[in-house]
Structure formats: C-alpha cells, structure tokens
Ligand binder design. Structure first.
Ligand code: ADP
Ligand code: MG
Length: 271
C-alpha cells in the first residue's frame, strides 16, 4: 500500500462524527485578539478563540509538522492543496496561520491564491481589495496588498477581484517576482498559500513551483480516493509534507449559539 493509500485508509477506520460529545468549557479570548468571538466560532476558526481543546491541538500538531518541514527545507512557503473543492483547505489554512501567529517568535503571512473564488478575507473580516489578482494585473503596488487582521502577527494578502485569468496570472513573471519579494522581505515569516482545487484547473500545479512544501487536505467522505491519488501525483513528491485528514476527529466548542460542531485535520504522514 502506498503512503497515500495508508493515509486514506485511516479515514475509513476512524469513527464517523455524530456520537455523544463532551462539551468543552468556555475559555476566554486573549486580550490582544480583536475578533468577533462568536462569528469566529461559527466559522470554525477555533485557533483564534481557544487556547486548547481537541481541534486546537490537532492544528498545533499540523503547525509543528509544517514548521519542522520548512526548517529542514530551509524555506518558509507552504501551500494547502486538495483534489476538489470544499475539502476544508481554506479553513485549514486560516487555522494553521493563526496557530503559527500565536506561537512565540513566529509571524504568519496568509495569501489567498484562489483567485477564482476568494474566501479568506470573508473568513477573517478583512477588506478583499486590493488583493493579489489586482496586483498581478498591474494595478497598485506591493505595499497595498498587506492587510492586517484582528490577530496579532497575522497578515492577509486577499485574492482581490475574482478572475478567470487565474492560471495566466499565477504563471506570470509578476507572480514569481511577488513571491521572491515576499520571501526576501519576510524571511522570518511563515507564508501560507491557500490554493484552488487541483483537479479542475492547472492553478495549484503552477503555484506548487513556488513553494517549499505542500499539505494535502482530504475531507473525510470528500473526494474519491482515485481523485486524491491523481491530484497528489501532479506534485513533486519531495514537496508533499503529508495529508491532513479533515473531519476525521469529532471535536467541539461552545458558542453563544450553543454547542458547535467542529472537526479538525489529523496529519497522516506521507513523507
Ligand atoms: N472539519 C470541518 N468540520 C465542519 N465543517 C467544515 C470542516 N472543514 C470545512 N468545513 C466547512 O466546509 C465548507 C468548505 O470548507 P473550505 O475550507 O472553504 O473548503 P475549500 O477551501 O477546500 O473549498 C466551509 O463552510 C467550512 O466551514
Ligand atoms: Mg478554499
């Protein structure tokens, strides 16, 4: 069995969500966080709201794995990919980025590279423009792209105006220059790219050329195994950090609206 197959087999052997759940105690938001607590819980950005808890711990494990990989690769750019849409890439990207930013001495830059269906600015309550696509189309300068979030040490580059010219823009010389500049200017920063799905278009494969590591997100009950394998095969195996099995563990948190169902990714080793 290949490593990917082993990882996928684990999804099936995990208990499916829906059993009895132990609610977690309410934990106060750290004072420095300037976010709408209940909206963030509703959107499942648990790392911004809770210090600990089963979902938060899983994101911390993912963070540890990614940081160790980047250290070994002497790089700082990681991408989240998946075969199809709605696997939880964007959610995982945000929780990973917040988790990195909350670590002492770590700063995170989150880039929404899904230029067709931008989403991260909504998740983080940040203005969507100007963003990456606007810059790549030649409008505005680099400095206007970096938007602060309500989370200390976390900056977002939103995707900008949605565009179908995404592959052409991502493959452009301007994109290479943008990422080179980001790498050079923010050497100590962990850069997290949220990519569009792999199978419908070439965008994610183009993006992969620019990154030091790739986390593959697979939602339990999501894409078919063959699709995941086909998608993973598009990447240089030396860049694949592992598979994050999203939704494999049943965890939860309280919000003002009652118990909130949240599941989190479990890292399954590939490399
Ligand atoms: N583990 C999870 N538990 C519950 N809902 C989830 C989970 N992962 C993702 N979702 C929800 O599924 C939808 C799609 O997730 P998203 O991160 O936008 O996927 P993608 O970026 O892969 O298209 C969102 O509404 C998100 O809140
Ligand atoms: Mg997405």
């Amino acid at each position: 069995m290949s490593k990917i197959e082993e990882a996928l087999a684990k999804i099936q052997s995990k208990p499916r969500p829906g059993g009895a759940r132990e609610p977690l105690p309410r934990v106060d938001l750290p004072a420095a966080m300037n976010v709408d607590r209940d909206a963030f819980i509703e959107r499942r950005i648990v790392t911004a709201v809770f210090e600990s808890g089963p979902a938060v711990e899983e994101y911390k494990k993912l963070r540890t794995r990614v940081l160790a990989w980047l250290r070994a690769a002497e790089g700082n750019v990681v991408m989240l990919a998946s075969a199809g849409g709605k696997e939880g890439k964007s959610l995982t990207a945000v929780n990973l980025a917040v988790s990195v930013a909350r670590e002492l001495h770590q700063t995170a830059l989150l880039i929404d590279a899904d230029l067709r269906r931008p989403h991260l600015h909504q998740l983080l309550d940040v203005k969507g423009q100007p963003g990456l696509s606007d810059f790549l189309m030649g409008e505005g300068d680099l400095s206007g792209l970096f938007h602060s979030t309500g989370i200390p040490k976390l900056t977002l580059v939103p995707a900008g105006t949605p565009t179908a010219r995404s592959p052409e823009l991502l493959a452009s010389q301007r994109m290479s220059e943008f990422l080179e500049e980001v790498r050079r200017r923010y050497k100590d920063r962990i850069v997290i790219l949220d990519a569009p799905p792999v199978l419908p278009a070439t965008d994610a494969v183009i993006l992969a050329n620019h990154v030091d590591g790739i986390v593959f997100v697979v939602r339990a009950g999501g894409s078919a195994r063959e699709d995941v394998q086909q998608a993973v095969r598009q990447f240089d195996p030396r860049k694949v950090i592992g598979v994050a099995l999203n939704g494999a563990v049943d965890t939860g948190h309280y919000s003002a609206y009652g118990y909130h169902y949240v599941t989190s990714p479990v890292m399954a080793g590939v490399g």
